[in-house]
Design a protein around this ligand. Structure first.
Ligand code: GDP
Length: 445
């Protein structure tokens, strides 16, 4: 699900990586890419406009956190806006104070209501409830039968008019079901209603009548995520005709481009509460806007990582370092030590690397990563004098072997570290020149 949208957005952010500063033109180019990716994913135009507008404004005005580079900052803003557009906080089911809780399902024919009724019952059972299913879809000849099959799979009682009694009155069936639930001690009643292939007045009226008759605690509007741009129109019609309290996205497992998910909550102002991701009972989940946004951005756990960085990096130290680098002064081993202890505070390096997006392909190398490597490097730097840390060039052969002994390691490990450090230093110099920071003109040639 969301694969192509996810790929597109990830590619967009790749272009920002390594940029020292973002100009307005960088931001605009990024916004253009995001807009295209969203439109191609079938997100409704007004939603795309509002979304990109907010991102642009925030990307240009937000205070820059010293723990993040500008690219990460944009990713963070996009992520937060995605969470928002998907409904913000996770919305849980409202249960009636006095059972039974009544959940009514509405939506077009084929949206996945009957399948969902079973999944919901299955899930409610796992949560310790005693759900009952009600067949108030008497339009389709086979609907009652289908609900009975689904109910059996979920292990839930199904209340339906006797077969062979002709077409009953769905409003009456729904009304009667509440008494049945009370007498049979079912604490949740799920009312499956009829759908039509298109939006029609009669269907809306029937659903509205059922709603009035049973005063449900939740009315869930079930929508097929594959219908793309039509999702918004359908959702608006149901909002006006029946009104609902929450949205369920079905068929998110298909090659749905995800536009419905991103449009419906924003346009209707109603939260997405569940997602249905397959035909079996278990392929059903509570919808968490934050986790879905992470999936869309292929974030790995990058946000957790960002939060940890923000918490653990010493702002003052980082600012000092930034000033130093911008003034064209060299990044030295003292700075290196400070950064390293910041990194260490963030926890296991292996775990941290594992949280980076795209790292799953390096699983094997990660497995072999030796946590003690960081400690070894730190031990070497700590064995140097402050003067040596400021100017490692003064380290001669005999000092290197003394340091190796002090750190409990070999001279070649010390040499290796020095080599890596010199490279890092060169890179920092290159960055300040490339970044065009004021005062970086010196630096030498
Ligand atoms: P209803 O008319 O709204 O009650 O829709 P149904 O529950 O009968 O579902 C219509 C079709 O979609 C059936 O063939 C279901 O098996 C299928 N379906 C429902 N939910 C999902 C889902 O999450 N994923 C997939 N792949 N198919 C689904």
């Amino acid at each position: 699900m969301f694969n192509s949208l996810s790929d597109r957005l990830t590619a967009t952010f790749k272009n920002l990586r390594g940029k020292g500063r973002l100009s307005e033109a960088d931001v605009d180019a990024t916004i253009r890419e995001i807009r295209r990716a969203l439109l191609d994913a079938d997100v409704a135009l007004p939603v795309v406009r509002a979304f990109t507008g907010r991102i642009r404004e925030r990307a240009l005005s937000e205070e820059v956190s010293s723990a993040l580079n500008p690219g990460q900052q944009v990713v963070k803003v996009v992520n937060e806006e995605l969470v928002d557009i998907l409904g913000g906080q996770t919305r849980r089911l409202n249960y009636a104070k006095r059972p039974p809780t009544v959940i009514m399902l509405a939506g077009l024919q084929g949206a996945g209501k009957t399948t969902l009724a079973g999944k919901l019952a299955h899930w409610l059972k796992s949560e310790g409830h005693r759900p009952m299913l009600v067949a108030a879809d008497l339009q389709r000849p086979n609907a009652v039968n289908q609900l009975e099959i689904v109910g059996e799979r979920a292990g839930a009682f199904v209340y339906a008019p006797e077969p062979g009694n002709g077409i009953g009155d769905p409003v009456q069936v729904a009304t009667d079901s509440l008494e049945v639930a009370k007498s049979k001690l079912h604490d949740v009643v799920i009312v499956d209603t009829a759908g039509r292939l298109g939006i029609d007045k009669e269907l809306m009226q029937q659903a509205a009548d059922i709603r009035t008759a049973v005063s449900p605690d939740e009315v869930l509007f079930v929508i097929d995520a594959m219908i793309g741009q039509d999702a918004v129109k359908t959702a608006e019609a149901f909002l006006e005709g029946v009104d609902f309290t929450g949205v369920v996205l079905s068929k998110l497992d298909g090659d749905s481009r995800g536009g419905a998910a991103l449009s419906v909550a924003e346009v209707t102002g109603k939260p997405i509460m569940f997602a249905s991701t397959g035909e079996s009972m278990k392929e059903f989940e509570q919808f968490h806007p934050d986790r879905m946004a992470d999936r869309i951005l292929d974030m790995g756990d990058i946000l957790t990582l960002i939060e940890q960085a923000e918490k653990n990096f010493d702002e003052k130290e980082t600012a000092k370092l930034q000033k130093k680098v911008e003034a064209g002064e060299d990044f030295d081993l003292n700075d290196f030590l400070t950064q390293m202890s910041g990194l260490k505070k963030m926890g296991s390096m292996k775990k941290m690397l594992g949280m980076m997006p795209g790292m799953s392909q390096y699983k094997d190398q990660l497995e072999n990563f030796d946590e003690r490597e960081v400690d070894r490097v730190e031990a070497i730097v700590r064995s140097m004098t402050p003067a040596e840390r400021t100017n490692p060039k003064i380290l001669n052969g005999s000092r290197r072997s003394r340091i190796a002994k002090g750190a409990g390691t070999t001279v070649s490990a010390v040499n290796q570290l020095m080599e890596r450090f010199t490279q890092a230093q060169k890179m920092m110099r290159g960055m300040t020149r490339g970044g065009g920071a004021p005062g970086a003109g010196g630096g030498g040639g």
